[in-house]
Each structure stands twice: as C-alpha cells, then as structure tokens.
Write a protein that binds this ligand. Structure first.
Ligand SMILES: Nc1ncnc2c1ncn2[C@@H]1O[C@H](COP(=O)(O)OP(=O)(O)OP(=O)(O)O)[C@@H](O)[C@H]1O
Ligand SMILES: [Mg+2]
Length: 243
C-alpha cells in the first residue's frame, strides 16, 4: 500500500477479500401499513473489498436500501448481517454506524457554517481519541484529497468537486469498512464527476474498502465490480427487458 491514499486506515480487518461483509435476506421496507413497498424482498451479498453499483429507475428503492444497510432506517422485514453479525443484535446503532460506515450524498450534506476541516471532524464528536490526533487525521485526509489549501474554507467558498472531496474525507475520518454513496457524482459536471470517482476508487483499492454506490450514470456503473439492478423494490434480474 504505497499509493497516494495508502495509510488512511488505522486498523486492518481480519476478514479476507471474497468473504461476505454484508448479507441481506428478504429485506423489506414498507410504509403506510404496507401500502408503499419501498423495498420488497431483497436478497443480496456484498463481498469484502467489492465495489457494487446499485442502479434502477427513480423510486425503485435504492436510497431506502442504502439507508437500511447503513442503519439510518430499520427494515420492516428480513434479516441483514455485517460480517455474520445480525443487525438485530446491534445494541448501539449510532456507534455501529460510526465504526463501520462512511456516507457520501449527492448534495454533499456539509454544514455551511463550518470550515472544510471542521466538517471532516464532525463524525468524530463523541468518539475516543485526542482532539489533536483527530485534527491531524482530518488534515491528512484533506491533503490526500488535494485540499491542503482549502481546509479553512466554508462549503460556500468551495466548488462542487471540492465539496464532494470534503465529504469523501469526512466519510473516511472514522476509518470505515464500507462507504455508502448515494449518487455521489449526481451534482457534478463530467470532469469533477470523473475526478471524484477516480479518488474514491483509488482509496477503495489501496485501503481494501467496500463501496456500495447508487448511481444513474453508466460511466460509474461501468467501473464497478458488480452492478445490482433494482425495480419496484426488488432485484431486477433481467434489466435488459426494461430498457
Ligand atoms: N418515509 C417514507 N414514507 C413513505 N414512502 C416513502 C418514504 N421514503 C421513501 N418512500 C417511497 O419509497 C419508494 C422508494 O424511494 P427511494 O427514495 O428509496 O427511491 P430511489 O430509488 O432512491 O429513487 P431516486 O432515484 O429518485 O433517488 C418511493 O416510492 C418513495 O416515494
Ligand atoms: Mg434515491
């Protein structure tokens, strides 16, 4: 691991590439007493270090599924496992989320009144570790993402591509195992989108991260190890039929 983004990880997992990091069995998310079936019976496995693209028409349940994986939402049916541990046995979802997941969103979700550096540090609030060490780690991440001259800038003074790079640094601050990205290039022009994708893919490969990325962009899914198609809350095993 000698590339520009190596050394971002504090710890090395004992899991090996090829093991399942996530297993979803018959996962459902129903609203309005079952009248809305955002997710309606998904079985899927994600392997350690895999880059999975999640694609499908608007409203088919992609964000809902990502939120269930990231414990931002609770499934109304089915079972889900992280390295064999059932989510049903997780006692502190917020701690579990901070330990294992990094999130990246289409619209960045940065706090406008905080500097780039402060935004990166936000997910560490309440975590163990000295403030100085966390600040240095955040600075290291921002520098690795080419933002060494932008650390004091508030999001309003950054370009879209720079904002998303701050969000990438923020997603990495707690040394996650999995990055969950919901259309991370959706608000960017093609040059910035390609740059953000290159950065994410480089970080993933050099640090053994798993990435699950919702995308509408064919050039993004073309880079993935595997494309999972959804339709009407289910896996679409024959997507060609619907294009
Ligand atoms: N809190 C909620 N209450 C009721 N229905 C919801 C709720 N959240 C999502 N839905 C519905 O669930 C379905 C799936 O929504 P979701 O946001 O997961 O779709 P998506 O595939 O991410 O779409 P897009 O590509 O437009 O982002 C939609 O029909 C949506 O209206
Ligand atoms: Mg969505």
């Amino acid at each position: 691991m000698n590339g520009p983004h190596s050394g971002l990880r504090k710890t090395v997992s004992s899991s090996r590439p090829g093991d399942a990091i996530l297993r979803l069995e018959d996962i459902a998310l129903h609203f309005d007493e079952g009248r809305t079936k955002a997710v309606n019976g998904i079985d899927v496995e994600v392997r350690e270090g895999e880059f999975v693209a999640l694609v499908g028409p608007s409203g088919c349940g992609k964000s809902s599924l990502l939120n269930i994986i990231g414990t931002l939402d609770s499934a109304t049916g089915g079972r889900i496992y992280f390295r064999g541990q059932p989510y049903s046995t997780i006692s502190d979802a917020s701690l579990f989320r901070r330990q294992h997941f990094g999130f990246i969103f289409q619209s960045f979700h940065l706090i406008p009144t905080l500097s780039a550096l402060e935004n990166v540090i936000v997910p560490t609030i309440g975590c163990a570790g000295s403030a100085k060490a966390l600040k240095e780690r955040a600075q290291g991440l921002l520098s690795a993402l080419g933002l060494q001259d932008r650390m004091g800038h508030e999001p309003g003074k950054l370009s879209g591509g720079e904002r998303q790079r701050v969000a990438i640094a923020r997603s990495l601050i707690n040394d996650p195992d999995i990055i969950l990205a919901d259309e991370p290039t959706g608000s960017l022009d093609s040059i910035n989108a390609a740059e953000v994708l290159d950065l994410l893919d480089g970080i993933r490969k050099e640090n053994g991260l798993t990435v699950v990325m919702v995308t509408h962009a064919p050039e993004v899914s073309a880079r993935a190890d595997r494309v999972v198609h959804m339709r009407d809350g289910k896996l679409d095993t024959n997507p060609a039929e619907h294009t």
